[in-house]
Design a protein around this ligand. Structure first.
Ligand code: DGL
Length: 242
């Protein structure tokens, strides 16, 4: 056991989660796995995602991770339940669109931005069923291609996707926008510009608190008082499987 926390996503998205994790757990050391080979996840089938994510969990476990964070809404909503069955010996924490936070804070009209896979997932429907009150509206907007455009740094594509998505919501009195993909915090200014009255929320604080809680329950908190670090690995730099 190397006392590491593994974190993965299809690319840079999960770094928005790492930021919060480091704030809440400054003495932990993280191994961040960016799966650029398979980016984007958002238009893959559940079977494809399960195949991809179980290989990553295996890799991170073999590297000595004591807990693994699925820093991706798509992989979490599509695969977390199944991954927990496949890997009962490792603690897995995922991230889901912050629908509960939006509902608990009494927002009336919430717009959820996420990948097509997250939007159509059963887990997203469950979250709405569990937390939405009668007087609240939740609008689901699949943002096809947005995570990939962010990953590639294509500002023009980002803007044209956002223009298309937001044109349907200008007259809906949206007061809350859920960033339901870990890539989206990197373009929060672009998003905020389109509906300046709305509050933007994401799931990073919830994930970081849950990771801390799990480490405490399992007595796995790093006792060192030194500042932790982040090691990075990219799937493109690893040897291909035969
Ligand atoms: N950042 C991921 C998410 O939270 C995945 C985006 C993608 O690869 O499509 O959903």
């Amino acid at each position: 056991m190397k006392n590491l926390i593994g974190v993965f996503d299809s690319g840079i998205g999960g770094l928005s989660i790492i930021e919060k994790l480091r704030e809440i757990l400054p003495h932990e050391t993280f191994l961040y796995y960016a799966d650029s080979t398979n980016c984007p996840y958002g238009n893959k089938t559940t079977e494809e995602l399960l195949d991809i994510t179980s290989k990553i969990v295996n890799y991170l476990r073999d590297e000595g991770c004591k807990l693994i964070v699925i820093a991706c809404n798509t992989a979490t909503t599509k695969c977390l339940k199944r991954l927990r069955e496949l890997f009962p010996d490792i603690i897995l924490v995922g991230v889901v669109p912050a629908i509960k936070v939006a509902c608990d804070n009494n927002y009336q009209n919430t717009l959820v931005l996420a990948t097509p896979a997250t939007i159509e997932s059963e887990r997203t429907s469950e979250l709405i069923k569990d937390y939405k009150r009668k007087n609240q509206n939740i609008y689901l907007a699949p943002c096809e291609g947005l995570a990939y455009a962010i990953e590639q740094g294509k500002a023009q594509d980002v803007n044209s996707i956002l223009d298309t998505v937001f044109k349907d919501y200008q007259d809906k009195d949206i007061d809350c926008i859920v960033l339901g993909c870990t890539h989206y915090p990197f373009i929060k200014n672009e998003i905020a510009k389109r509906l300046p009255e709305a509050t933007l929320i994401d799931g990073s604080l919830g994930v970081a608190k849950e990771v801390k809680r799990q480490l405490e329950i399992h007595n796995l908190i790093n006792s060192s008082t030194a500042e932790g670090t982040v090691y990075m690995v990219n799937s493109k730099s690893l040897p291909k499987e035969s």
